[in-house]
Design a protein around this ligand. Structure first.
Ligand code: ME8
Length: 697
């Protein structure tokens, strides 16, 4: 029976263009959507942009544009990235067989529903929204209030840092605000979690939320008066004139996108899309925003008398070099379209570059765990699983079908199917398809892919065991050859279906070579009991290279290009960088002679240790190896862009013959090169592992 399956991603802040972390969530949700679509469900997919709030207002102000202008410029860059990654909207989505929506929180269809949600809470539970005075710490990066116990102490006295952004939080002093009575919802939420084990997944995150709830909840400030870029609070008859000063807290606004795109959840009779899809919703999110989705959002819904989402599916963080991939740390920004383009390399089907990235992200780390992006590991997996296992299977099988099959796929021999390697392949294939389906529907794509690859590898083993090229030499073995070819076609057909949720472009290419002509929207997950009996009419043709091997020279070239991971300005200039850059480029200094330049002794330095300089917000004290008998101490003004923990192991460029200088009581024996200033700062570095002390010219 057709079941609805509605999957959402977070709506992303438009303070930067999407990086690999955003792409990860968006791809996970897409793979789940495709999977459910293939299993016959009625699927709906939602992503979008989060456009209100202090953070966006500040970025726009820095750029000298209105917040709306800023959002109108940046939101399409998200759409473009998703399109480039094969996640099309409109007609393209129709080809995938399900509806994709992209919501922006500045759209009237959204703002109207948010105001209705506020009004519904006030009407049902008048005491749940009350006026009071707020004061406390606020992280603009998270758009969240924190208590000191949730923060960590900064380098200077009285300074507190947000643990996600590693940046100082701001003190909000006595602002009048509407509060939501969150404290009343700890018990109802604990009861809901207890009764619905599927509500928060995987389990480690359920446990985290349960212990957070058991600690008790504080009421939440849900409006702001110190800026205006938000949805106005609806009139409050109890306090005439008051509401006009308030805009809603951006999370109250943003979370509602999951409902607003479906229509009015309070309509009578119910809005069909709400009635159909809402009960099935799965919110895919990163662990940074678990509390908002598993505590605040369901509490708002309970207060408004609306049903809770079925599942909050939480994944871990991707990091690079041990640091979370993040907009706020320039050196960690990794751009998915660049990686996909490079992985496509010499493939005859360029879209398989995206598939390779999707495969790596979903296969490498079980959903829920953190993953460190190691480029060597990415290429190793590409070579082993895609170039070798899958690429070889496709290429060899099609070659044999074309050469020995006479334009067809042979014929199945029931008696033979139950014997030897034929039966072995059928058994592995059936188990793989069953396990993969169970894993994908249990939100474990890594396990699902591992199962699919059991089928791929067993099919390769089957070719080696049956040697169709030997059978072809002996006319008496024609019936056996026919059966082998048919079995190979069956394995390829299942491979085409089973890889489709994660490698859609590869599946389509394979479909074309097999001559199956099954539209993406019509492909269905195979019945595990039907191996060999469900092969459609096929007219195989030879394939062209899909996943050409990446050899050692190309590996070095790619890794050299990807490290350090900032993109070239032409590819995807981050909006934040654009925002902070002064309009004109600083004028050039007067020309110098080579002799002047040669006086500067630039060296490669290896950072051994780093620590904050007390009472100096911008300074870090580095211990740097320059290949000399003694390590040097260098004080650098980079603390707003880099944490001390991020630096050991990095190669930096050092002015090694600068006269020592005293900075805040520390003698600095050199200077490290960096571009930009304050928080938007990139270190001068080198792409190869040159030994410390190497001269830079
Ligand atoms: O939080 N690894 O938006 P955002 C994995 N607007 N995923 C990552 C990641 C990383 N290193 N970095 C980011 C917001 N993400 C709010 C959401 S929803 C109603 C409002 C992903 O632009 C991950 O999904 O900061 C994370 O939750 C999301 O991007 C945060 O995106």
């Amino acid at each position: 029976m057709t079941q609805p399956f509605y999957v959402t991603t977070p709506i992303y802040y438009v303070n930067d263009v999407p990086h690999l972390g955003h792409a990860y969530t968006t791809i996970v949700a897409d793979a789940l959507a495709r999977c459910h679509q293939m299993m016959g469900d009625d699927v709906r997919y939602l992503t979008g942009t989060d456009e209100h709030g202090q953070k966006i207002a500040e970025v726009a102000a820095k750029r000298g544009v209105t917040p709306q202008q800023h959002c109108d410029e940046v939101a399409p860059r998200f759409l473009d990235t998703w399109r480039e990654l094969g996640l099309g909207f409109g007609d393209a989505a129709a080809a995938h067989g399900f509806r994709r929506d992209f919501i922006r929180t500045t759209e009237p269809r959204h703002t109207a529903v948010v105001r209705k949600l506020w009004e519904a809470i006030r009407a049902r539970r008048p005491d749940d929204l009350y006026l009071a005075t707020y004061q406390g710490w606020y992280c603009v990066g998270c758009e969240a209030f924190y208590t000191e116990s949730q923060l960590k102490a900064g380098a200077t006295a009285g300074e507190w840092l947000c643990t996600t952004h590693e940046k100082p939080v701001a003190w909000v002093d006595k602002e009048t605000s509407y509060f939501f009575k969150l404290s009343a919802y700890a018990e109802p939420l604990l009861a809901h979690i207890e009764a619905h084990p599927e509500f928060i997944q995987p389990e480690q995150y359920r446990n985290e939320v349960v212990s957070f709830l058991k600690g008790g909840l504080k009421d939440l400030s849900v409006s702001r008066t110190s800026f205006t870029w938000g949805i106005p609070v609806p009139d409050d008859p109890a306090h005439p004139g008051e509401a006009a000063r308030h805009v809603m807290y951006v999370w109250f606004d943003a979370l509602t996108n999951y409902l607003s795109n479906l229509g009015d959840p309070f309509a009578s009779p119910p809005t069909p899309a709400v009635a159909t899809y809402w009960p099935s919703v799965v919110h895919v999110i990163g662990k940074d925003i678990l509390r908002f989705h598993a505590v605040y959002w369901p509490a708002f819904l309970l207060a408004a008398g609306l049903p809770l989402p079925r599942t909050v599916l939480c994944h871990g963080w991707w990091s690079i070099g041990g640091r979370k991939i993040s907009k706020s740390i320039p050196a960690t920004r990794v751009y998915p379209t660049i990686l996909a383009g490079d992985l496509a390399g010499a493939s005859s089907v360029p879209a398989t570059g995206v598939d390779a990235l999707r495969y790596f992200l979903l296969r490498e780390t079980p959903l829920g765990n953190d993953g460190d992006l190691i480029y060597e590991g990415l290429i190793e997996r590409y070579n082993a699983d895609l170039a070798n296992d899958l690429g070889n299977l496709i290429n060899r099988s099609l070659t044999m079908l074309v050469r020995f099959g006479g334009g067809g796929v042979g014929a199945r021999d029931e008696a033979r199917a139950a014997t030897g390697p034929h039966a072995a392949l059928a058994t592995v294939a059936a188990a793989a398809i069953k396990d993969a389906q169970a894993a994908f529907t249990a939100f474990a794509p890594s396990r699902g892919l591992e199962a699919v690859w059991r089928l791929v590898r067993e099919a390769n083993t089957y070719i080696a065991a049956t040697e169709p090229w030997t059978l072809a030499k002996d006319p008496a073995k024609k019936p056996e050859l026919d059966h082998v070819l048919h079995t190979l076609a069956a394995a390829l057909w299942w491979t085409r279906l089973a890889i489709a949720p994660v490698l859609p472009a590869t599946a389509l290419a394979l479909d074309g070579w097999l001559g199956a002509g099954v539209a993406e929207k019509d492909a269905r997950w195979p019945d595990a009991a039907a191996f060999g009996r469900d092969v459609p009419a096929l007219t195989p043709t030879a394939s062209t290279p899909l996943f050409p091997r990446i050899d050692a020279a190309r590996t070095a070239e790619l890794i050299g290009k990807w490290l350090p991971p900032e993109p070239t300005a032409a590819v995807a200039a981050p909006v934040e960088a654009a925002a902070a850059a002064p309009a004109p480029v600083a004028p050039l200094a007067p020309t110098i002679a080579y002799e002047d330049f040669a006086k500067i002794d630039l060296r490669v330095g290896l950072v051994i240790a780093a620590e904050p300089v007390p009472k100096a917000k911008k300074l870090l004290k580095l211990t740097v190896d320059l290949g000399e008998a003694r390590h040097r101490t260098i004080v650098a003004g980079i603390a707003e862009a880099f944490t001390a923990a991020a630096l050991p192991g990095q190669r930096v460029l050092v002015v090694a013959n600068l006269a020592p200088r005293e900075l805040r009581g520390v003698t600095s024996e050199g200077m490290i090169l960096a571009a930009g200033d304050d928080a938007i700062l990139a270190l001068g570095t080198i792409t190869a592992a040159a030994p410390p002390g190497t001269r830079v010219k």
